[in-house]
Structure formats: C-alpha cells, structure tokens
Design a protein around this ligand. Structure first.
Ligand code: ATR
Length: 278
C-alpha cells in the first residue's frame, strides 16, 4: 500500500482560533485523497514574517493569511498577482523556486459564490458598498464578469472615488463593457440586480445604509460577513424586497477552493463542504 506524502498548509491570523479554514481544506483534501495537515498559526505584528519564513523553510506548501496580516503578506510577497496588486492585500502565499508568491483569492471566491447562487454579474447592475480592503479584494474579479454597471459607494466617498479612478487606469480593458462610478452611501439611485456589502459594519450588528436601494425583480443582496443569524444589512434588504439574501460563507469556501487550486492543482467540489459547514 502506498501512502501519499504529507502536505503542510496553514492559516495565519490574530485572532485565529475561530478560523474555519482547516475544516474546509481538510474536507477538500479528502476529495482528492491528499494527506493534508492544515494548521492555525497565531501571530503578532512582530513575529508574522518569522512565522512565514519559518513555515516555508520547513517545507510548508501554502499559507492563507487572514485579518490583520493581509497587507503585511502583500509587502512580503516577491511576486504578486494583479488581483493582489489592486487589493494591496494577499490572502494566499506559496513558494516557487525559492521565490515567495502572493495572490488574493477573495474576489474569485465571491464571484464563484454569486454564480453558484444563480446571480452571474454579467450585464447586471451591481452596487458594491465599501471601499476598504475587503472591497478592494473583490473588484477585479467582479469586473472580469462584465457587469453593465458597477457602482462603488462608501461612507468616505473619496475612498470610493479613488478606487474607481484606480480601476479606470489599472483594469482597462476589463472596464470596456462596464460603466463604473462611485459616491457616498446615498448614491443609490436606480434599481439594482446585485447589492454587496463589503463594509465591516456588520461586525457591529449595523447596516452601512440609512436608505436601502431599490431592487430589480430578481435581485440578490449579499453580505461578505457570515454568521448564524442574517446580518442587519441582509434583514434590511429582505424587508426592502430583495428576492434572495446570502451571507459570505460561500465566499469563504470559494476563496479557500481557489487557494487550494493554486497549491495542489485540483478544483474541489464546494457544495458538500458548504452543506457540512452550515
Ligand atoms: P477591511 O479591510 O476589512 O475592509 P477597512 O479597510 O477598515 O477594513 O474598511 C472598512 C470598510 O467598512 C470601509 O469601507 C468603511 O468605511 P470608511 O472608508 O468610510 O471608513 C466601512 N465601514 C465601517 N464601519 C462602517 C459603518 N458603521 N457604516 C458604514 N461603513 C462602515
């Protein structure tokens, strides 16, 4: 009988005890008969880079990076994907020929989840709320799906406008088929097919919006945060007529799947893993 070699991966963050990544990656590994050991690593700002270097020096295959180290991981990566560049943040690290590579798979995770839910953004009007790290992490994959309109709104309007300007210069020709604009949280005129909350307001049981946007007949409200109960944002959207409401658990599984593919070259099935997590 042959046994597969042990592959080591881990997630680094602070706090980290709550992370569901080990559960998700072990479930993926089972699908391909991989012998994976996926750990949680608690780091702080002073020892984060030592953890990363030590992990790869000992033959580790891949690291996921979570709050609050995605920007530090970005600055450590010697080669970065365009998605990582625009996000200014890295959630996936791996070593290739002694060179540390970084990518941001959050956006692919979101896009795959939207498609799984039956809401492909192509030719749709998409309203993205937030212009911090979480929003930056998802805009390029969102644009690659070619929505007809992408509007980015934020409490600090200037941050949304800055992101819109960056997209206009960096993502061309991705932006060719999409009208992109931005504004403050009141810039919600029109009706929308997909409304995504990428702010951290849900962590304080608040919705970022005073006034809810108008939804098209078959519209989705999506909160990148997840939990046992619908977030304040999702409750608000449900009452305002959004046909479907979804939290970010599917995105979490999706971003993990994209990291898994980078490291192991296999595309896992998401639905059974998502069902187990719920
Ligand atoms: P992250 O990297 O996790 O996205 P961040 O960069 O601090 O964190 O960004 C948090 C986002 O949530 C920002 O868009 C922030 O708006 P500002 O840029 O104006 O700060 C938004 N946010 C946080 N709390 C909010 C609230 N109570 N209402 C509306 N927006 C909020």
């Amino acid at each position: 009988m042959t046994t597969n070699p042990l592959i080591r991966c881990a997630v680094v963050g602070n706090p980290i005890a709550h992370s569901r990544s080990p559960e998700i990656h072990h479930a993926f590994a089972k699908q391909f008969d991989l012998t994976l050991h996926y750990d949680r690593i608690l780091a702080d700002r002073n020892d984060f880079s030592d953890h990363v270097r030590g992990f790869f020096a000992q033959g580790g295959k891949g690291l996921n990076i979570t709050v609050p180290f995605k920007e530090l991981a970005f600055s450590m990566a010697q080669v970065r994907s365009p998605r990582a560049e625009l996000a200014g943040a890295v959630n996936t690290l791996w070593m290739d020929n002694q060179v540390l590579h970084g990518c941001n798979t959050d956006g692919v995770g979101l896009l795959n989840d939207l498609i799984r839910l039956g809401f492909n953004p192509k030719d749709k009007r998409v309203l993205l709320i937030g212009a911090g790290g979480a929003a930056r992490g998802v805009v390029l994959p969102l644009l690659s799906a070619q929505p007809s309109h992408l509007r980015i709104i934020n409490r600090t309007a200037q941050k949304a406008l800055d992101l819109v300007n960056e997209l206009a210069t960096q993502a061309d020709p991705l932006t060719a088929n999409t009208q992109i604009d931005g504004g403050d949280l009141s810039s919600i005129e029109g009706t929308w097919d997909i409304v995504i909350n990428a702010t951290s307001s849900g962590l304080h049981q608040q919705s970022p919006l005073q006034t809810v946007p108008l939804f098209n007949e078959n519209a989705l409200a999506y909160d990148m945060v997840y939990g046992n109960q619908p977030t304040a944002f999702l409750q608000q959207c449900h009452h305002a007529g959004a046909k479907q409401c979804a939290d970010g658990l599917g995105m979490l599984v999706g971003q993990a799947a994209a990291s898994f593919f980078i490291w192991h070259g296999h595309k896992p099935e998401l639905d059974p893993v998502l069902a187990t997590l719920r």
